[in-house]
Design a protein around this ligand. Structure first.
Ligand SMILES: Cc1cc2nc3c(=O)[nH]c(=O)nc-3n(C[C@H](O)[C@H](O)[C@H](O)COP(=O)(O)OP(=O)(O)OC[C@H]3O[C@@H](n4cnc5c(N)ncnc54)[C@H](O)[C@@H]3O)c2cc1C
Length: 421
């Protein structure tokens, strides 16, 4: 059955994904003479860079999510359908979803990326990912519940398992998580869980490469490691996690770490796009596109953001999967719909950054790097301005101010959805 949508003489552009790429594209073409249909499995946009703060009880999920219907109130040619895309039929120009199918004239794929477990089912089933608001909440609950359980546990080994955490992957997500956990250990545990000895809480950050924050400067990488080690994080580099049986993390050097919680932040791959030709799908399940964002081997299908893989001289292995790339690609594609002469995409790298904790961050700009308090302020403001919604910006800012001055996070509540019978 087709999904109910108004019939019109306008051409229909369907956008899959309400992330940075999908929304940037829609915002820039919404005044053009097209019927615009947005499909997403959620009715909200998620600001992924702050997932880790939701997981650490520093922010509420609603502060980093934005309801997409609100963004298009008053746009009569924009139609939103909350649906899980299951398959595309490029021959018939149809998108099949769990709610029915949708016909398209032009299709924009902006459905992003997911956690890559590199085919290891054991890790996929037993570790925590951080690719959605619900995963962040589930990690928050697990951390808080395990502290609660640790209070009642008499056996030392079992208690250690409950309070120790292993983070796999030393990219920005792993580093930011490790820093936030170390702050929780120093500032929150002694107040909330006085009976637990916070010196016994071990946080491990395991990175298979020989340094943290690969892709950033050597200065930033070394500074991040120094910051983390001073905060008490055990940073293990050049070691690969090979398995996790639910109690012990195994590594390729034969070592094992006891931990009931393992967070997997070691890689991403494109979300699946069944129905497209095999030749369109490249490394990391990203869709191969030309410099005009057209998916290889397909008419009228474009891909932007994390899902797209484009070769550019300066980026021979594809662009980094970050928000700025998604925004710039979507803006260029929208521009090409508006102008007669299409412009090939070229990424303007504005730099990269990561925060480790209060007053501690690293920033690489194109010509120089800086670290410490100034870098932290820059990190805060860049993230604050990138958030969608004035209310969200305000709430996040107030939360950050509160946390900064009180050394506290006020959101340590274990909320569990009631299962229906
Ligand atoms: C924990 C974390 C931290 C990050 N930190 C940073 C950072 O500090 N700086 C930075 O620049 N970048 C960061 N990133 C990366 C950045 O968030 C992504 O590059 C960016 O979100 C990509 O935007 P996108 O629009 O391509 O995809 P997304 O934002 O992932 O949006 C994809 C959308 O598609 C929807 N979707 C997917 N599959 C389907 C389907 N089958 N059916 C229906 N809907 C579907 C999803 O619900 C989602 O709304 C981080 C990412 C993570 C996970």
């Amino acid at each position: 059955m087709p999904i109910n949508l108004p019939e019109t003489s306008q051409k229909r552009i369907v956008v899959i994904g309400a992330g940075f790429a999908g929304l940037t594209f829609l915002n820039k073409v919404k005044k053009l003479d097209y019927q615009l249909v947005l499909l997403d499995r959620n009715n909200y946009h998620q600001f992924q860079p702050l997932f880790y703060q939701v997981a650490m009880a520093g922010l509420e999920p609603s502060s980093i999510s934005f309801p997409v219907r609100k963004a298009y109130q008053g746009c009569d040619n924009v139609f939103i359908r909350v649906a899980e895309v299951e398959r595309i039929d490029p021959g018939e120009k149809k998108i099949y979803t769990n709610m029915g199918y949708v016909n398209y004239d032009i299709l924009i794929l902006a459905h992003g990326a997911t956690t890559n477990f590199f085919g290891n089912k054991e890790l996929e089933e037993r570790t925590y990912g951080l690719k959605s608001v619900s995963e962040s909440l589930s990690l928050r609950n697990a951390i808080l519940l395990d502290y609660e359980r640790a209070l009642t546990e008499r056996d030392y080994e079992t208690r250690q398992g409950l309070i120790d955490i292993v983070i796999v992957g030393g990219g920005p997500t792993g580093v930011e998580l490790a820093g936030a956990l170390a702050e929780m250990k120093s500032y929150i545990l002694p107040k909330d869980y006085r009976e637990l000895n916070n010196q016994e809480v071990d946080i491990y950050l395991v990175q298979s490469g020989d340094h943290l924050l690969q892709g950033m400067s050597e200065k930033s990488s070394k500074t991040a490691r120094n910051f983390l080690e001073k905060m008490g994080v055990h940073v293990l580099t050049g070691v690969r996690v090979t398995g996790y049986d639910g109690a012990y993390v195994s590594m390729n050097n034969g070592a094992k770490i006891r931990a009931d919680k393992v967070i997997w932040a070691a890689g991403i791959c494109g979300n699946e796009t069944p129905g497209l030709k095999e030749e369109s799908v490249g490394r990391g399940r990203r869709l191969i596109v030309d410099r005009y964002h057209r998916v290889e081997g397909h008419e009228d299908i474009y891909a932007v953001g994390d899902i797209a893989y484009m070769d550019e001289e300066k980026f021979p292995h594809g662009h980094p999967q970050v928000a700025q790339v998604a925004i710039q690609q979507a803006a260029n594609l929208a521009r090409n719909f508006k102008k007669k002469k299409a412009r090939p995409f070229s990424y303007k790298d504005k730099g990269s950054m990561a925060t480790i904790g209060r007053n501690k961050a690293v920033v690489d700009l194109t010509s120089f790097s800086f670290t410490g308090f100034m870098a932290w302020i820059v990190w805060l403001f860049v993230h604050l301005f990138a958030l969608i919604g004035v209310k969200n910006k305000l709430f996040v800012f107030i939360n950050w101010l509160w946390n900064y001055f009180t050394y506290d996070q006020s959101l340590r509540i274990i909320l569990r959805a009631k299962e229906t019978k």
